[in-house]
Design a protein around this ligand. Structure first.
Ligand code: SAM
Length: 265
């Protein structure tokens, strides 16, 4: 299976709506606000939203560049583009395109600023994708990439061996589950300079469906139960174990997002 086929399977209509709900939880709203504070986006700029998903970042970019600016947003998954277009229906200066990060439908040196949150970890041929990103950025433009290292995940449970097995299964949902540790070098090889790195932890101390980890539990369960050698019982037992940690007041989840900010020289 190609990585794009696996991505499209994860972001069918149900998957896109599930991700949108998670990305609207207070945890992720706050994380997005922290990310935007690192972005040098001004009214009148041409902005690019790579892998726009449900359009939460496209809307924030549209508000930041204002009517004098433009936002182009791309995604490979039609259900995501549908949600994004609906979210931005009052923003005529945002345009959506179904496109692969490996072939951006834009001329050289088109953009002042670009954002890709949780996207490049899905792309097997990431080095060519980063060269393609550099191609469409203007000299001096800023790029901001966010990715997760799933080995930074700490999740309290009673059965550690089962947790490790589940996380091994989940790491198969993307080609680069530990991308942040190689991303600085990859960005430099693609021609970006002045790469700065920041971490934004997601921390949940109680169990609720309206948190990042509560929502991700369903996403992980649905992906892992479709893998060979992972039956629905194992996955159900894992969910029961983790969520029941809350009964004794011992629920604990933490995961690092890594934010890379760089310039095209
Ligand atoms: C985890 S979601 C993040 C969505 C959005 N960036 C956000 O943070 O709200 C990953 C997105 O990347 C898109 N994507 C993955 N691989 C892609 C590719 N090769 N080209 C374009 N989009 C891609 C997916 O369809 C999905 O919408």
């Amino acid at each position: 299976m190609k990585d794009t086929d696996s991505t499209l399977a994860q972001f069918d209509v149900a998957g896109a709506e599930r991700l949108e709900k998670i990305y609207l939880t207070p945890d992720v709203v706050q994380q997005r606000e922290q990310i935007f504070q690192l972005l040098d986006v001004k009214p009148g700029m041409n902005a690019l939203d790579i892998g726009c998903g449900p359009g939460l970042t496209s809307l924030a970019l549209a508000q930041a560049v204002g009517n004098a600016g433009h936002v182009e947003a791309i995604d490979i998954a039609p259900p995501m583009l549908h949600l994004a277009a609906r979210r931005c229906s009052t923003q005529p200066h945002v345009k959506f395109h179904q496109a692969d990060v490996l072939q951006l439908p834009f001329a050289n040196a088109s953009f002042d600023v670009s954002l890709a949150t949780q996207v490049y970890e899905y792309v097997a041929d990431i080095d060519n994708a980063l060269h393609e990103l550099a191609r469409v950025m203007k000299p001096g433009a800023q790029v901001l990439l966010v990715d997760t290292d799933w080995e930074s995940c700490v999740w309290a449970c009673r059965d550690e061996a089962r947790m490790r097995r589940m996380m091994q299964g989940w790491s198969q949902h993307i080609p680069h589950p530990q991308l942040p540790r190689t991303l600085i070098q990859r960005m430099q090889r693609a021609g970006f300079a002045d790469v700065q790195v920041h971490t934004i932890p997601l921390l949940n101390m109680h169990y609720s469906i309206n948190t990042f980890s509560g929502g991700m539990m369903g996403f992980i369960a649905s992906f892992v139960s479709g893998l060979p050698d992972y039956g629905p019982q194992l996955v159900a037992d894992w969910q029961a174990d983790v969520s029941s940690m809350a009964d004794a007041g011992g629920y604990f989840f933490s995961l690092n997002r890594y934010v890379f900010v760089a310039r095209k020289p």
